[in-house]
Design a protein around this ligand. Structure first.
Ligand SMILES: NC(=O)c1ccc[n+]([C@@H]2O[C@H](COP(=O)([O-])OP(=O)(O)OC[C@H]3O[C@@H](n4cnc5c(N)ncnc54)[C@H](OP(=O)(O)O)[C@@H]3O)[C@@H](O)[C@H]2O)c1
Length: 313
Protein backbone atom coordinates (compact mmCIF):
# COMPACT_ATOMS: atom_id res chain seq x y z
CA UNK A 1 0.00 0.00 0.00
CA UNK A 2 1.17 3.54 -0.75
CA UNK A 3 0.55 6.16 1.93
CA UNK A 4 -2.12 7.76 -0.29
CA UNK A 5 -3.72 4.50 -1.51
CA UNK A 6 -7.50 4.44 -1.19
CA UNK A 7 -8.26 1.98 1.61
CA UNK A 8 -11.73 0.86 2.68
CA UNK A 9 -12.08 -0.55 6.20
CA UNK A 10 -15.42 -2.38 6.49
CA UNK A 11 -16.69 -2.50 10.09
CA UNK A 12 -14.63 0.49 11.29
CA UNK A 13 -16.80 1.03 14.38
CA UNK A 14 -16.19 -2.51 15.65
CA UNK A 15 -13.33 -3.60 17.88
CA UNK A 16 -11.17 -4.97 15.03
CA UNK A 17 -12.10 -2.41 12.35
CA UNK A 18 -11.46 0.55 14.69
CA UNK A 19 -8.06 -0.90 15.63
CA UNK A 20 -7.16 -1.29 11.93
CA UNK A 21 -8.08 2.36 11.29
CA UNK A 22 -5.94 3.44 14.30
CA UNK A 23 -2.99 1.39 13.03
CA UNK A 24 -3.32 2.67 9.44
CA UNK A 25 -3.37 6.28 10.69
CA UNK A 26 -0.42 5.61 13.02
CA UNK A 27 1.56 4.37 10.01
CA UNK A 28 0.67 7.46 7.95
CA UNK A 29 -2.04 6.10 5.62
CA UNK A 30 -4.29 9.07 4.91
CA UNK A 31 -6.86 7.99 2.37
CA UNK A 32 -9.13 5.75 4.47
CA UNK A 33 -12.80 5.45 3.60
CA UNK A 34 -15.46 4.11 5.94
CA UNK A 35 -19.24 3.72 6.14
CA UNK A 36 -21.34 3.00 9.20
CA UNK A 37 -23.82 0.13 9.17
CA UNK A 38 -26.65 2.71 8.93
CA UNK A 39 -25.02 4.35 5.89
CA UNK A 40 -24.26 1.08 4.09
CA UNK A 41 -25.83 -2.27 4.95
CA UNK A 42 -23.29 -4.76 3.59
CA UNK A 43 -25.97 -7.48 3.37
CA UNK A 44 -27.65 -5.37 0.65
CA UNK A 45 -26.01 -6.40 -2.63
CA UNK A 46 -27.21 -3.41 -4.67
CA UNK A 47 -26.03 -0.91 -2.06
CA UNK A 48 -22.61 -2.63 -1.87
CA UNK A 49 -22.29 -2.71 -5.68
CA UNK A 50 -23.15 1.00 -5.93
CA UNK A 51 -20.68 1.90 -3.17
CA UNK A 52 -17.79 -0.01 -4.79
CA UNK A 53 -18.58 1.31 -8.26
CA UNK A 54 -18.53 4.88 -6.93
CA UNK A 55 -15.52 4.62 -4.60
CA UNK A 56 -13.35 1.91 -6.25
CA UNK A 57 -11.08 1.34 -3.21
CA UNK A 58 -7.63 -0.09 -4.02
CA UNK A 59 -7.35 -2.03 -0.76
CA UNK A 60 -10.06 -3.50 1.47
CA UNK A 61 -9.92 -4.77 5.07
CA UNK A 62 -13.11 -6.79 5.65
CA UNK A 63 -13.64 -6.55 9.42
CA UNK A 64 -17.44 -6.24 9.37
CA UNK A 65 -19.37 -9.28 10.59
CA UNK A 66 -22.39 -10.28 12.60
CA UNK A 67 -20.58 -11.41 15.74
CA UNK A 68 -21.98 -13.00 18.90
CA UNK A 69 -21.28 -15.28 21.85
CA UNK A 70 -22.16 -18.97 22.19
CA UNK A 71 -25.77 -18.34 23.15
CA UNK A 72 -26.54 -16.00 20.24
CA UNK A 73 -24.75 -18.29 17.77
CA UNK A 74 -26.54 -21.40 19.01
CA UNK A 75 -30.02 -19.83 19.05
CA UNK A 76 -29.79 -17.83 15.76
CA UNK A 77 -27.74 -20.01 13.37
CA UNK A 78 -29.81 -19.05 10.31
CA UNK A 79 -29.25 -15.31 10.91
CA UNK A 80 -25.52 -15.82 11.52
CA UNK A 81 -25.11 -17.83 8.35
CA UNK A 82 -27.23 -15.59 6.09
CA UNK A 83 -25.92 -12.22 7.20
CA UNK A 84 -22.27 -13.21 7.25
CA UNK A 85 -22.39 -15.14 3.99
CA UNK A 86 -24.21 -12.31 2.15
CA UNK A 87 -22.00 -9.59 3.60
CA UNK A 88 -18.79 -11.45 2.66
CA UNK A 89 -19.88 -12.44 -0.84
CA UNK A 90 -21.18 -8.92 -1.58
CA UNK A 91 -18.02 -7.15 -0.43
CA UNK A 92 -15.46 -9.59 -1.87
CA UNK A 93 -17.28 -9.89 -5.21
CA UNK A 94 -17.82 -6.12 -5.59
CA UNK A 95 -14.17 -5.47 -4.62
CA UNK A 96 -12.96 -7.87 -7.30
CA UNK A 97 -15.31 -6.53 -10.00
CA UNK A 98 -14.24 -2.96 -9.26
CA UNK A 99 -10.49 -3.56 -9.47
CA UNK A 100 -9.54 -3.82 -5.79
CA UNK A 101 -5.80 -4.71 -5.79
CA UNK A 102 -5.81 -6.56 -2.50
CA UNK A 103 -8.40 -7.58 0.06
CA UNK A 104 -7.87 -8.99 3.54
CA UNK A 105 -10.65 -11.05 5.07
CA UNK A 106 -11.01 -11.36 8.84
CA UNK A 107 -12.18 -14.72 10.15
CA UNK A 108 -11.91 -16.46 13.48
CA UNK A 109 -10.23 -19.49 15.01
CA UNK A 110 -13.66 -21.16 15.29
CA UNK A 111 -13.24 -22.20 11.63
CA UNK A 112 -10.98 -25.04 12.79
CA UNK A 113 -12.33 -28.50 13.69
CA UNK A 114 -13.66 -29.16 17.19
CA UNK A 115 -11.00 -31.79 17.78
CA UNK A 116 -8.14 -30.05 15.97
CA UNK A 117 -4.57 -30.80 17.08
CA UNK A 118 -3.26 -28.29 19.63
CA UNK A 119 -1.76 -25.85 18.84
CA UNK A 120 -3.93 -25.55 15.69
CA UNK A 121 -2.01 -25.07 12.43
CA UNK A 122 -3.61 -23.38 9.41
CA UNK A 123 -3.43 -26.75 7.60
CA UNK A 124 -6.03 -28.38 9.91
CA UNK A 125 -8.86 -26.45 8.17
CA UNK A 126 -11.62 -28.80 6.93
CA UNK A 127 -9.97 -31.95 8.26
CA UNK A 128 -12.92 -32.92 10.54
CA UNK A 129 -16.23 -31.72 12.06
CA UNK A 130 -16.78 -28.22 13.45
CA UNK A 131 -17.97 -27.25 16.93
CA UNK A 132 -21.79 -27.49 16.77
CA UNK A 133 -22.61 -24.29 18.71
CA UNK A 134 -21.05 -21.93 16.14
CA UNK A 135 -21.11 -24.12 13.04
CA UNK A 136 -23.20 -21.65 11.00
CA UNK A 137 -20.81 -18.77 11.73
CA UNK A 138 -17.78 -20.97 11.02
CA UNK A 139 -19.23 -22.19 7.71
CA UNK A 140 -19.85 -18.59 6.61
CA UNK A 141 -16.26 -17.65 7.57
CA UNK A 142 -14.84 -20.69 5.77
CA UNK A 143 -16.87 -19.70 2.68
CA UNK A 144 -15.42 -16.19 2.82
CA UNK A 145 -11.82 -17.34 3.00
CA UNK A 146 -12.42 -20.00 0.33
CA UNK A 147 -14.03 -17.41 -1.98
CA UNK A 148 -10.84 -15.33 -1.68
CA UNK A 149 -8.81 -18.45 -2.52
CA UNK A 150 -11.05 -19.33 -5.50
CA UNK A 151 -10.79 -15.78 -6.91
CA UNK A 152 -7.01 -16.03 -6.63
CA UNK A 153 -7.02 -19.39 -8.41
CA UNK A 154 -9.51 -18.49 -11.15
CA UNK A 155 -8.79 -14.79 -11.73
CA UNK A 156 -5.29 -14.27 -10.35
CA UNK A 157 -6.31 -11.85 -7.57
CA UNK A 158 -4.22 -11.31 -4.42
CA UNK A 159 -6.84 -11.73 -1.72
CA UNK A 160 -5.77 -13.03 1.69
CA UNK A 161 -7.29 -13.96 5.05
CA UNK A 162 -6.29 -13.88 8.70
CA UNK A 163 -7.72 -15.95 11.58
CA UNK A 164 -7.36 -14.37 15.03
CA UNK A 165 -7.55 -16.06 18.41
CA UNK A 166 -9.63 -14.44 21.23
CA UNK A 167 -9.20 -10.67 21.06
CA UNK A 168 -9.57 -7.92 23.64
CA UNK A 169 -8.97 -4.18 23.85
CA UNK A 170 -10.58 -0.82 23.05
CA UNK A 171 -14.17 -0.94 21.73
CA UNK A 172 -14.77 -4.45 23.04
CA UNK A 173 -18.30 -5.64 23.77
CA UNK A 174 -18.95 -5.63 27.55
CA UNK A 175 -22.59 -6.68 27.36
CA UNK A 176 -23.59 -8.65 30.51
CA UNK A 177 -24.80 -11.74 28.59
CA UNK A 178 -23.53 -11.33 25.01
CA UNK A 179 -19.81 -10.74 25.53
CA UNK A 180 -16.72 -12.98 25.30
CA UNK A 181 -14.98 -14.31 28.41
CA UNK A 182 -12.35 -11.60 28.94
CA UNK A 183 -14.56 -8.47 28.61
CA UNK A 184 -17.25 -10.29 30.63
CA UNK A 185 -14.73 -10.82 33.47
CA UNK A 186 -13.64 -7.16 33.36
CA UNK A 187 -17.23 -6.06 33.76
CA UNK A 188 -18.07 -8.59 36.49
CA UNK A 189 -15.03 -7.83 38.65
CA UNK A 190 -15.48 -4.08 38.15
CA UNK A 191 -19.13 -4.28 39.26
CA UNK A 192 -18.21 -6.55 42.19
CA UNK A 193 -15.63 -3.97 43.33
CA UNK A 194 -18.10 -1.08 42.92
CA UNK A 195 -20.78 -2.96 44.88
CA UNK A 196 -18.40 -4.25 47.60
CA UNK A 197 -19.23 -7.93 46.88
CA UNK A 198 -17.29 -10.47 48.95
CA UNK A 199 -17.25 -13.11 46.22
CA UNK A 200 -17.65 -13.55 42.48
CA UNK A 201 -18.87 -16.89 41.12
CA UNK A 202 -17.33 -18.09 37.84
CA UNK A 203 -18.45 -21.03 35.68
CA UNK A 204 -16.61 -24.38 35.64
CA UNK A 205 -13.42 -25.22 37.52
CA UNK A 206 -11.18 -22.62 35.84
CA UNK A 207 -8.97 -25.26 34.19
CA UNK A 208 -9.57 -24.58 30.44
CA UNK A 209 -6.59 -23.06 28.66
CA UNK A 210 -7.11 -20.03 26.42
CA UNK A 211 -5.05 -17.58 24.35
CA UNK A 212 -5.66 -13.79 24.11
CA UNK A 213 -4.33 -11.21 21.66
CA UNK A 214 -4.51 -7.44 22.19
CA UNK A 215 -6.51 -6.03 19.27
CA UNK A 216 -3.94 -3.35 18.37
CA UNK A 217 -1.39 -6.14 17.87
CA UNK A 218 -3.84 -7.88 15.51
CA UNK A 219 -4.29 -4.60 13.59
CA UNK A 220 -0.51 -4.33 13.28
CA UNK A 221 -0.43 -7.85 11.82
CA UNK A 222 -3.30 -7.05 9.42
CA UNK A 223 -1.41 -4.07 7.95
CA UNK A 224 1.83 -6.11 7.91
CA UNK A 225 0.12 -8.94 5.96
CA UNK A 226 -1.47 -6.52 3.50
CA UNK A 227 2.04 -5.31 2.68
CA UNK A 228 4.01 -8.53 3.03
CA UNK A 229 1.91 -11.65 2.43
CA UNK A 230 0.29 -13.28 -0.57
CA UNK A 231 -1.12 -16.79 -0.54
CA UNK A 232 -4.22 -18.94 -0.53
CA UNK A 233 -3.72 -20.42 2.91
CA UNK A 234 -4.93 -18.27 5.80
CA UNK A 235 -2.61 -16.88 8.52
CA UNK A 236 -3.25 -17.47 12.24
CA UNK A 237 -3.06 -14.46 14.55
CA UNK A 238 -2.24 -15.08 18.19
CA UNK A 239 0.47 -14.99 20.81
CA UNK A 240 1.16 -18.72 20.97
CA UNK A 241 0.86 -18.36 24.78
CA UNK A 242 -1.96 -19.73 26.90
CA UNK A 243 -3.18 -19.47 30.48
CA UNK A 244 -5.98 -21.09 32.47
CA UNK A 245 -9.30 -19.31 32.94
CA UNK A 246 -8.45 -19.36 36.67
CA UNK A 247 -5.18 -17.52 36.06
CA UNK A 248 -6.98 -15.11 33.74
CA UNK A 249 -9.67 -14.40 36.37
CA UNK A 250 -7.02 -13.68 39.01
CA UNK A 251 -5.21 -11.34 36.63
CA UNK A 252 -8.41 -9.47 35.73
CA UNK A 253 -9.37 -9.17 39.42
CA UNK A 254 -5.92 -7.74 40.17
CA UNK A 255 -6.09 -5.29 37.24
CA UNK A 256 -9.52 -4.07 38.27
CA UNK A 257 -8.59 -3.91 41.97
CA UNK A 258 -11.17 -6.44 43.16
CA UNK A 259 -10.03 -8.00 46.44
CA UNK A 260 -12.88 -10.46 47.19
CA UNK A 261 -12.93 -14.22 46.63
CA UNK A 262 -13.33 -16.02 43.32
CA UNK A 263 -15.59 -19.09 43.67
CA UNK A 264 -15.76 -21.81 40.98
CA UNK A 265 -19.19 -23.31 40.23
CA UNK A 266 -18.17 -26.78 39.04
CA UNK A 267 -21.78 -27.71 38.23
CA UNK A 268 -21.44 -25.45 35.16
CA UNK A 269 -19.66 -26.61 31.97
CA UNK A 270 -16.01 -25.87 31.36
CA UNK A 271 -16.07 -25.68 27.56
CA UNK A 272 -13.24 -26.93 25.34
CA UNK A 273 -10.21 -27.85 27.49
CA UNK A 274 -7.66 -26.15 25.26
CA UNK A 275 -7.74 -23.73 22.30
CA UNK A 276 -4.39 -22.49 21.09
CA UNK A 277 -3.33 -21.31 17.64
CA UNK A 278 -0.08 -22.38 16.02
CA UNK A 279 1.39 -18.96 15.18
CA UNK A 280 4.64 -20.16 13.64
CA UNK A 281 3.56 -19.03 10.15
CA UNK A 282 3.10 -15.37 11.16
CA UNK A 283 6.37 -15.55 13.10
CA UNK A 284 8.21 -17.01 10.08
CA UNK A 285 6.91 -14.05 8.03
CA UNK A 286 8.66 -11.76 10.54
CA UNK A 287 5.77 -10.72 12.79
CA UNK A 288 5.31 -11.18 16.53
CA UNK A 289 2.85 -9.78 19.08
CA UNK A 290 4.02 -6.93 21.35
CA UNK A 291 1.51 -6.51 24.17
CA UNK A 292 1.78 -8.86 27.15
CA UNK A 293 -1.54 -9.73 28.78
CA UNK A 294 -1.08 -7.71 32.04
CA UNK A 295 -0.27 -4.57 30.00
CA UNK A 296 -3.11 -5.15 27.53
CA UNK A 297 -5.54 -5.75 30.40
CA UNK A 298 -4.59 -2.42 31.97
CA UNK A 299 -5.27 -0.66 28.66
CA UNK A 300 -8.54 -2.54 28.17
CA UNK A 301 -9.72 -1.61 31.67
CA UNK A 302 -8.84 2.06 31.05
CA UNK A 303 -10.94 1.88 27.88
CA UNK A 304 -13.80 0.23 29.79
CA UNK A 305 -13.74 3.04 32.37
CA UNK A 306 -13.56 5.79 29.76
CA UNK A 307 -16.39 4.50 27.56
CA UNK A 308 -19.82 5.22 29.03
CA UNK A 309 -21.52 3.23 26.24
CA UNK A 310 -19.62 0.05 27.18
CA UNK A 311 -22.63 -1.76 28.62
CA UNK A 312 -24.95 -0.88 25.79
CA UNK A 313 -23.30 -2.79 22.93
N1 LIG B 1 -13.78 -10.17 19.07
C1 LIG B 1 -13.02 -11.26 19.03
O1 LIG B 1 -12.57 -11.80 20.05
C2 LIG B 1 -12.67 -11.85 17.69
C3 LIG B 1 -11.84 -12.97 17.69
C4 LIG B 1 -11.50 -13.56 16.49
C5 LIG B 1 -11.97 -13.02 15.31
N2 LIG B 1 -12.75 -11.93 15.30
C6 LIG B 1 -13.24 -11.46 13.99
O2 LIG B 1 -13.00 -10.09 13.74
C7 LIG B 1 -14.05 -9.57 12.93
C8 LIG B 1 -14.62 -8.33 13.61
O3 LIG B 1 -15.02 -8.66 14.93
P1 LIG B 1 -15.24 -7.55 16.06
O4 LIG B 1 -14.94 -8.20 17.35
O5 LIG B 1 -14.55 -6.29 15.67
O6 LIG B 1 -16.81 -7.36 15.96
P2 LIG B 1 -17.68 -6.07 16.29
O7 LIG B 1 -17.00 -5.25 17.34
O8 LIG B 1 -19.06 -6.55 16.52
O9 LIG B 1 -17.63 -5.25 14.91
C9 LIG B 1 -18.27 -5.70 13.76
C10 LIG B 1 -18.66 -4.49 12.95
O10 LIG B 1 -19.32 -4.93 11.74
C11 LIG B 1 -20.45 -4.10 11.53
N3 LIG B 1 -21.48 -4.80 10.77
C12 LIG B 1 -22.11 -5.96 11.08
N4 LIG B 1 -23.02 -6.28 10.15
C13 LIG B 1 -22.98 -5.28 9.22
C14 LIG B 1 -23.70 -5.02 8.03
N5 LIG B 1 -24.66 -5.85 7.59
N6 LIG B 1 -23.40 -3.90 7.35
C15 LIG B 1 -22.46 -3.04 7.77
N7 LIG B 1 -21.74 -3.22 8.89
C16 LIG B 1 -22.00 -4.33 9.61
C17 LIG B 1 -20.95 -3.79 12.93
O11 LIG B 1 -21.75 -2.64 12.90
P3 LIG B 1 -23.04 -2.57 13.91
O12 LIG B 1 -22.49 -2.79 15.28
O13 LIG B 1 -23.57 -1.18 13.67
O14 LIG B 1 -23.95 -3.68 13.47
C18 LIG B 1 -19.64 -3.57 13.67
O15 LIG B 1 -19.18 -2.25 13.56
C19 LIG B 1 -15.07 -10.69 12.77
O16 LIG B 1 -14.88 -11.31 11.53
C20 LIG B 1 -14.72 -11.66 13.87
O17 LIG B 1 -15.00 -13.01 13.53
C21 LIG B 1 -13.13 -11.32 16.47
Amino acid sequence: MEKNSKIYVAGHRGMVGSAIVRELKRQGYENIITRTHAELDLVNQKAVDDFFAAERPEYVFLAAAKVGGIEANASHPADFMYQNMMLEMNVINAAWRNGCKKLEFLGSSCIYPRLAPQPMPESCLLTSSLEQTNEAYALAKISGLKYCEYLNRQYGTDYISVMPTNLYGPNDNYHPTHSHVLPALIRRFHEAKENGLKEVVCWGDGSPLREFLYVDDLANLCVFLMNNYSGNETVNAGTGKELTIKELSELVAKTVGYEGRIVWDTSKPNGTPRKLLDVSKAQALGWNYRTELPDGLRLAYEDFLSNPMRAER
